[in-house]
Design a protein around this ligand. Structure first.
Ligand SMILES: CC(C)(COP(=O)(O)OP(=O)(O)OC[C@H]1O[C@@H](n2cnc3c(N)ncnc32)[C@H](O)[C@@H]1OP(=O)(O)O)[C@@H](O)C(=O)NCCC(=O)NCCS
Length: 153
């Protein structure tokens, strides 16, 4: 019997050709997903957009906006069937590395107060809450606030 070697997940820059797979994941995990246009604009604006690929399949992605001295994590997502395997943390780690390479001193992100999984991931990583943005997210009834988190790099 021979062992089958499967390559581990790889982090790669997102390409336009990944967008269909990215959007499929996005639509399946968020009630208020980003649109194709949001991802396209992010790529064209030169944001740092990364995917995690397993074989040829995209199983996660992140979008990071880099500005002078700071970075803003706009999207961090892992496909449902690939969650709880440490990929979200690895993706976050990768993004933190990219931000550091660009000499960012601080990384910001927003998270819904109802997103306990996201909050657990970020606080375990060392993010601290620095504020609240009122009515930041769309919700079924009105809008939902965002917790603003930051990590010193
Ligand atoms: C948040 C998300 C990216 C985490 O990705 P993941 O690959 O499942 O996470 P990991 O396996 O790396 O887990 C990292 C930590 O997150 C937390 N976590 C992840 N899934 C969890 C769950 N179902 N319940 C509780 N905590 C969870 C835990 O603290 C975990 O650490 P532990 O395994 O040592 O307990 C993923 O759940 C996701 O895409 N969710 C939907 C989109 C989203 O909410 N994105 C964040 C928006 S700000």
């Amino acid at each position: 019997m021979s062992a089958v070697l499967r390559p581990g997940p790889e982090f790669e820059p997102m390409r336009e050709s990944d967008l269909r797979a990215v959007l499929e994941i996005e639509d399946s995990i968020y009630e208020f997903p980003w649109t194709l246009g949001n991802f396209r604009d992010s790529l064209r604006a030169g944001y740092a957009c990364w995917v995690i690929r397993e074989g040829r399949r995209v199983i996660g992605y992140a979008v990071l906006m880099l500005a002078a001295g700071e970075a803003h994590l706009l999207n961090l997502s892992v496909a449902v069937h690939s969650q709880r395997r440490g990929l979200g943390r690895s993706l976050l780690h990768n993004v933190v590395g990219v931000a550091r390479e660009h000499k960012a001193k601080i990384l910001f992100l927003e998270v819904r107060p109802t997103n306990e999984v996201g909050q657990r991931l970020y606080s375990a990583y060392g993010f601290r809450q620095i504020g609240v943005r009122r009515g930041y997210y769309p919700a079924h009834k009105g809008r939902e606030d965002a917790l603003v988190l930051a990590l010193d790099l």
